[in-house]
Structure formats: structure tokens, C-alpha cells
Design a protein around this ligand. Structure first.
Ligand code: E4P
Length: 218
């Protein structure tokens, strides 16, 4: 399973990249605003800064909701760097935009996926990735992991190339369950990625090994 980090924070991106396990980055307009990145030029520059840290796919989201606007913005984003993936919302105009970009060989990430039907449509349009929002479904008492499993079955039935990018991941158990189900990618915060490494028995065991080594060498 590929690991993407879901943030526009350059320090977090660097820290995850330095671990050596990072495959890509996802952002969205809320994450950009959270970092104080506003205004068209600053936003475009920030995407380039992210691409200069991570050698992997970087999702950059369009703001337009009409076909012409999505195509204009998406082409401008794609021209920034070879690793940019154009993030398009799951709306009817978005499906048309995904079809357009897939025919032009531009990679897309269909965002705001909350049902299997939406995932099926995005795959048929040729999306490179689809982003089902796991945590946001859990937030409304619906099992987000069930949706990931349902989409996995559907894509495998027809050997769609579209990759399942489990999004809105909130904690390490989400990551582990996504890996069990066979999600192609997961995107989550640095805290969830780092939490995978933690185990109290590892810390206790290491302390003991170091203490015993010190005894023998005194
Ligand atoms: C997807 O790509 C989104 O950026 C993201 O995962 C949404 O996560 P949230 O529900 O924690 O805001």
C-alpha cells in the first residue's frame, strides 16, 4: 500500500519524506488555507515547493465547478510539475473533466467519494485515483471501511486500473484496516503515520537491552 501524507504543511511533508516511506502528497483547499496559503500565485508556488520535497504524485485541487473552468485550472496545475495529479470533485461536470484529462494523459484524483456508485462512475471516466473519505463517513455513523471494501470488490470484478486512495484517514487503525482490505493508497496526517511505529513493549525492550549492554561494558 502506498503512503501519501494529507497536508500542505511543508515541515510535516519533509519529516514524513525523511522517514523514507512516503510515496506522495494530497492537499485540498482547506489544508492550503490552514497553512495560510492564499492567492493564486502563492498556491501555485506552494504546489511546486511540495513537488520539490517529494518525488511522487502530488494532488492539487481545482476550485472551478464548471467543465471549462476545471479544464483551464487543471491544465495550469498539470503544467506546474510532472508529478501533479489534478484533483477533481465528484460532480457531473467533474466526471466529464476526468474523461477529458484521461484522454489527454493527465492524471486525476476524483475527490469527495462517499458511495460505490460514485467510485464506479469515476473509474469508468478513467480516473487515476478515487478518494473515498473514510473518516468523514465514520463521523456520520457509517462504516467508511465497508465502502473501501465494496469499491475493492467492484474494481477487482472488472480489473479497473483506477487506484483506491483511502482519504480522510484519522488514526493508525484506519491505515491497518485499509491495508487488510487492499486499498492501493492511503492518505493521512503525519501523526497517524508515526503512530504506526509506536509500541510500549518496543520502548521497554530497547531500554532493557541498552541497560544490559551498559552493565556488561562497565
Ligand atoms: C482527501 O484527499 C482530503 O484531503 C482529506 O483526506 C480529507 O480529510 P478530513 O476529513 O480529515 O478533512
Amino acid at each position: 500500500m502506498k503512503f501519501f501524507i494529507d497536508t500542505a504543511n511543508l515541515n510535516d511533508i519533509k519529516e514524513a519524506n525523511d522517514l523514507g516511506i512516503l510515496d506522495g502528497v494530497t492537499t485540498n483547499p482547506s489544508l492550503m488555507a490552514k497553512e495560510g496559503i492564499t492567492g493564486q500565485q502563492k498556491i501555485l508556488d506552494h504546489y511546486v515547493a511540495i513537488c520539490n520535497i517529494v518525488d511522487g504524485p502530488v494532488s492539487a485541487e481545482v476550485i472551478a465547478t464548471d467543465l471549462e473552468g476545471m479544464i483551464r485550472e487543471g491544465e495550469a496545475l498539470a503544467s506546474l510539475h510532472k508529478n501533479i495529479v489534478v484533483k477533481i470533485p465528484m460532480i457531473p461536470e467533474g466526471i466529464k473533466a476526468i474523461k477529458y484529462f484521461s484522454q489527454k494523459g493527465i492524471k486525476t484524483n476524483c475527490t469527495l467519494i462517499f458511495s460505490a456508485g460514485q467510485a464506479l462512475l469515476a473509474a469508468k471516466a478513467g480516473a487515476t485515483y478515487i478518494s473515498p473519505f473514510l473518516g468523514r463517513l465514520d463521523d456520520v455513523s457509517t462504516n467508511g471501511l465497508d465502502l473501501i471494501a465494496q469499491i475493492r470488490t467492484i474494481y477487482d470484478n472488472y480489473t479497473f486500473d483506477t487506484q483506491i486512495l483511502a482519504a480522510s484517514v484519522r488514526h493508525p487503525m484506519h491505515i491497518i484496516h485499509c491495508a487488510e482490505i487492499g486499498s492501493d493508497v492511503m492518505t493521512g496526517p503525519l501523526s497517524a503515520i508515526k503512530a504506526l511505529a509506536k509500541h510500549p513493549l518496543t520502548d521497554i525492550g530497547l531500554q532493557q537491552f541498552l541497560a544490559d549492554h551498559a552493565k556488561g561494558n562497565n
